[in-house]
Design a protein around this ligand. Sequence first.
Ligand SMILES: [Fe+2]
Ligand SMILES: [Fe+2]
Length: 473
Amino acid sequence: MELNEKIPNNVNLSSDRRLQRALERWQPAYLDWWREMGPEGFQDHHKIYLRTAISADASGWAQFGHVKLPDYRWGIFLSEPVPDRRIGFGDMMGKPAWQEVPGEFRNVLRRLIVTQGDTEPASVEQQRELGQICPSLYDLRNLFQVNVEEGRHLWAMVYLLHSYFGRDGREEAEALLERRSGNEDSPRILGAFNEPITNWVDFFMFTFFTDRDGKYQLLALAESGFDPLSRTTRFMLTEEAHHMFVGETGVMRIIERTAEVMNEMGGVSEDVRKHGAIDLPTVQKYLNFWFSVSLDLFGGEISSNAATYFANGIKGRDHEDKREEHTALEQQYDLMVPENGKLSEQSVALRNAMNEVLRDGYIADCQRGVDRWNKALEKAGLSDRLSLPSRRFHRAIGIYRDHCFDPEGNLISREQYEAKKGDWLPSRADGEFIQSLMSKPIYETGQIAAWLAPPKRGINGQPFEFEYVRTDA
Ligand SMILES: [Fe+2]
Ligand SMILES: [Fe+2]
């Protein structure tokens, strides 16, 4: 463990002077990017109660303390190697995992690492203004925790690019600091990471749905035959869990507050807004939006690229070791395909449906969260429920794009879709209402905005009334 180096790490960085120097040159560029595109207004005069990764051990890999954001110790941490690790799927099954990049897979591996890496700074950019309208210091701290860890995930991918991809890896690492979320000329690579996040409902939905896409991509990469990528992503997953916790409990706390207001009003959902809470139909619209744009991140339903990644041991399925069969040969996957104005079932080779297999795991994981939200509604004595829309609804990538579906997944005409869109997705008026709830930030210790319930517990055993963010002039 090299914790006191310029770049904290558990990869014995000081033994490779060239690599160390290259990363130490990238570090100031990263800090410039962080100051320019990281949380606005919280760089120099605030100390945040953050957890910092200090090892990759199962027992206690983090320490907590108040730090200024630019002083956060971004480091490089890989999970412990698995002795004699073998590739667990595809045509390479049983062969030793690669410690270097095989020449024939160099381009695809670089592309996968760059695409994953690009999402990390993108989300920091998307969320940079949220601190100005935070609902409590507890939530403000959670936002910044997510932000610094996405920054660390960028470090994780840049480490791989610098270590294993030579000159083009270094150039890609620079480009990762140059693209900007939502920028017309040089946008981030994936669609959902160019969507603006201007309010906390978006933020909670993003951390629930879009960070969970990240979880599934990381689970698939954790299976990779390229061992350094596998070890890197395994440690990232431990941090990712907190991001989804922020999303799930954030939406939960919105619902709890809404249920409280509805019960005060005798169970009716009209006028919830007048009492400063967010009505459930609006929550459902934001859920529909973020679920559908996150589904797009898995790529096309039928994909020969996905088949090649799987065949070659580059990217597996989530939890490959829990599956019975690991070649995915001679198996079929059935899916609904829109053709001649109707949906019909088609069978494709399983390897070509690997994106869809990963999406299935993701959807089931999302459903578990929605079930917990519905439990809370039930407990509050309300009959309203939230639900995931069909995977066909509001898609911009894959076989369902260019067709219109309702949230139940029925194929409908463009006219029908346009007429009902405002019931299914956030309208401009919904956005204005949400924004109006958040026009002022809550920076007082122990206070919380009217549209959100306080958390059951604080962070790291601290109470909700803890000073999670301190001013430090
Ligand atoms: Fe991340
Ligand atoms: Fe994340």
